[in-house]
Design a protein. Structure first.
Length: 169
């Protein structure tokens, strides 16, 4: 899902700036580590990874506050609110927590977001992605007990509605 209404820049190709949580991304933005032309990747925030498909309003607001709203892209397996602005792509599925392609992105990889062509492209060869996939290990769950652990274990991907009762549909 890409949110593109009102944006000035409709295409970007730039180096990936990869963060495994909303909090680490926000800290980097506030520290001035994100620059014009970067494509920010926030992963492990989807239905299973968050868990619960966390909203990325803080990082997107900080990007706007840094004057980078039309100068960077942002990709996440999390979600956005109605207040989000910029060249942003959310609900990426399969999410990082289950080994989706977003889990394989490395710092500095070139990524293109092109709203007009409806294109999201990671400029990495299929052989390199296969090598990365073979080495990828799922992260330890953020919760091992309680309702959030149960939710993370049962929830479907965002492309299926992020529901826990697919077998009942």
């Amino acid at each position: 899902m890409a949110k593109i209404s009102g944006i000035q820049q409709r295409q970007i190709t730039g180096p990936a700036r990869v963060f495994d949580s909303e909090e680490t991304c926000l800290a980097a933005i506030l520290a001035g580590q994100i620059k014009a032309g970067d494509v920010v990747v926030i992963r492990y925030e989807g239905p299973k990874g968050g868990p619960g498909m966390r909203e990325m309003l803080s990082p997107t607001s900080a990007i706007i506050g840094a004057g980078l709203g039309d100068k960077v892209g942002l990709i996440t397996d999390g979600r956005f609110s109605g207040g989000t602005y910029g060249l942003v792509v959310g609900h990426v599925s399969p999410e990082a927590a289950v080994g989706g392609a977003i889990a394989l992105v490395q710092e500095g990889d070139l990524i293109t977001i092109d709203a007009d062509r409806q294109l999201l492209h990671l400029h990495v060869s299929d052989d390199e992605l296969a090598r990365r996939r073979a080495q990828w290990q799922p992260p330890a769950p953020r919760y091992t007990r309680g309702v959030l652990a149960k939710y993370a274990k049962l929830v479907s991907g965002s492309h299926l509605g992020a529901v826990t009762d697919l077998n009942l549909l």
